[in-house]
Write a protein that binds this ligand. Structure first.
Ligand SMILES: [Zn+2]
Length: 478
């Protein structure tokens, strides 16, 4: 395949060379379903979606798997052997619900957001809690091969010392880790670096039987067990956010390769962090945005999507509301050209030679950018230049048809030009719709005072009314 990606493992740009000719198998670390997904989560999921769309467009048979983490992800997760409270249980306590209810509620919000942002559906979204037997089998294999050991009454740990490649992805070899001082010493473990595969805990609200006692799995084992089940022991691409590199992905490699199921992922792709207003996003700083926050501000899915994909995945992205506003204007320009072309397509006119050649070469340049490690900003540069040219040229008939075909080709990757939003009317409250109807009636009755009053009332509710030659239209005030 002509697609090149930056492989974190090799620390270099690599051409993707499918293990099985004509097929790409990809695993994406998915959401931990304990809160509303935020824009940083979706930056990483959207990167996976772009990859999926490229592979689909190039004609490969794709298998894309994204896991749903619904148990075992503890609050202090920046060390291999995480500590603290289970994120699901903490949320369950705060909301006074059962952790399974929390998991299903937030899983649904994740799927809703993914659909609203036009992500293609993965081929499966396996949940950790549905794969406890597979995890237990893998832990047994690790014990058998000397890579894990049981501490009676406590659980099972991965023996990091036994795995020479530990640190191959992150550079966090045991030697490097020893020089850091953050690792808590625990007498029950052979080494402070060893991490839990199974934790015996009868107080944990989500618990299962295991050969070692009732408890729950460590966070990392789910991805090793589920990728093996759905993709086999060796597959093409594994993605995640850069914060997954260590410990999560380093531990996944140790477990999967250590258990002997295969070589695990060939290419590792990681999305850089997202900043908001130049700072790390945090609830206390008030610069924290969930996807639903942006919907509440009146943005459409395609606008949010465009804003989150338009910078390179390996560059830190700085999100600002002002930037989103600018991005929204940029995508509106492309969408209004699309509408004009669609209206002009039925006219009878042939395409000029010049137009055909231009579109062909633009399409090649667009593809070249995408193939170059998903250079979306480069690809968008090509697209916007063509949009400006087409806007001046105003092709009709066959020419408009060919221009639309070019836009469709770009949109197979971008997913922002042809996607349709729910009709805007459905989003307005019944009350506002009622005022709009009353105002129309008032205008018919020439009751200008009432019409103006209703206009003001709508304005206070955030709805702008405009009377044009084609009738009255409304839009949301931002
Ligand atoms: Zn994972």
């Amino acid at each position: 395949m002509t697609l090149k990606l930056w492989n974190t493992m090799a620390n270099t740009l690599e051409e993707i060379d499918p293990i099985v000719a004509g097929e790409i198998r990809m695993y994406n670390c998915g959401p931990t379903v304990y809160s509303d997904p935020h824009i940083g989560n979706f930056r990483s999921f959207l990167m996976a979606d772009l990859l999926r769309r490229v592979v689909d467009q190039r004609g490969f048979k794709t298998t894309q798997i994204m896991n749903i983490t619904d148990v075992g992800h503890l609050t202090t997760d920046d060390v291999a052997d995480a500590t603290g409270e289970d994120k699901l249980e903490k949320k369950a306590r705060e909301e006074g619900l059962d952790p399974f209810e929390i998991a299903r509620n937030y899983e649904k919000i994740f799927h809703d957001n993914a659909e609203q942002l036009h992500l293609r559906k993965a081929h499966a979204y396996p949940r950790a809690t549905d794969h406890i037997p597979e995890m237990i089998t893998m832990i047994e294999q690790l014990i058998e091969r000397g890579h894990a050991y049981e501490v009676p009454g406590v659980g099972v740990y991965f023996r990091v010392q036994s795995f020479d490649q530990y640190g191959c992805l992150s550079g966090n070899t045991l030697e490097n880790l020893d020089s850091g001082s953050r690792i808590a010493v625990d007498d029950r473990k052979e080494s402070p670096h060893d991490f839990a595969l199974w934790k015996i805990d009868e107080k944990h609200l989500m618990q299962w039987d295991s050969p070692w006692g009732r408890g729950f799995p460590g966070w990392h084992i789910e991805c090793s067990a589920m990728s093996h089940k759905y993709l086999g022991g060796t597959f093409d691409i594994h993605t995640g956010g850069e914060d997954n590199i260590f410990p999560h992905h380093e531990c996944e490699i140790a477990q999967s390769v250590g258990s002997g199921v295969g070589e695990f992922a060939k290419v590792w792709v990681h999305a850089r962090h997202l900043l908001v207003d130049g700072e790390k996003m945090s609830k206390s700083k008030g610069n924290f945005f969930t996807i639903n926050d942006l919907f509440e501000k009146g943005y459409q899915g395609y606008e949010i999507r465009y804003s989150l994909i338009n910078s390179h995945y390996r560059q830190p992205m700085n999100f600002t509301l002002q930037g989103l506003e600018g991005d929204s204007k940029a995508i509106q320009r492309i969408r209004s050209l699309r509408e004009k072309l669609q209206a002009a397509e039925s006219e009878s006119a042939t395409a000029t030679e010049d137009l055909q050649q231009r579109l062909q070469s633009a399409r090649r340049s667009f593809d070249d950018c995408i193939d170059d490690d998903l250079n979306i900003s480069g690809a968008l540069g090509v697209l916007h230049e063509e949009v400006r040219w087409l806007g001046r040229e105003e092709p009709a008939g066959e020419g408009a048809g060919q221009a639309l075909e070019f836009l469709r080709h770009c949109d197979e990757i971008l997913g922002v030009i042809f996607v349709e939003e729910e009709s805007a009317e459905e989003e307005l409250s019944e009350e506002c719709m009622g005022w709009i109807r009353d105002r129309e009636q008032a205008r018919k009755d020439k009751d200008w005072a009432l019409a103006d009053e209703l206009r003001d009332r709508l304005k206070d509710a955030g709805v702008l009314i405009e009377d044009g030659p084609e009738g009255t239209t409304w839009s949301r005030i931002r």
